[in-house]
Design a protein around this ligand. Sequence first.
Ligand code: IMP
Length: 176
Amino acid sequence: MHKDVKEIFITEDEIVAKSKELALQIDKDYEGKSVVLVGLLKGSIPFMAELAKHLQTDVTFDYMNVSSYDGTESKTLVVKQDLQEEIAGKHILIVEDILDTGKTLKNVKDMLVARHALSVKIVTLLDKEEGRVFDMKADYYGFKIPNAFVIGYGLDFNERYRQLPYIGILKEECYK
Ligand code: IMP
């Protein structure tokens, strides 16, 4: 275990097993269709890779880098890097590491719907339901977690710990 991690919350084996389960469900729901997986940078990279390994569905990858600022205003999304593909008429599955207040996903989903995607769904590895401020639900989620700050498997604290192969809790001295 990494020296800064207090506790492993979700193990790598559990994440792999859950990704397989989610992939089966997604394959069933998108049977015969092509899907653009839209990963939100940077946190979605490990989960998107794991999930995609188990998909039979015809998928392409695209990425978007957005940041949403603090506050209760919902329209404060800045697109730092946009998608490469034109998405009108395509099925979009947004892949995210964690759904917390719902602000990021709400803004991104609205934006992709406005670009005339044929459908826009969301798959998130983690769902912090207690943190929700905006009305947003994931179509698929891996794990519901309590309102704690977690790191690993793409999730960072000041850009660190994204590489950890599990979801963990940081030691207090690392963020105080
Ligand atoms: P939302 O827009 O509030 O739903 O937040 C989503 C974003 O907040 C995620 O993509 C993460 O970058 C960040 N975030 C929320 N909770 C955590 C956490 O526990 N650890 C690390 N990042 C988090």
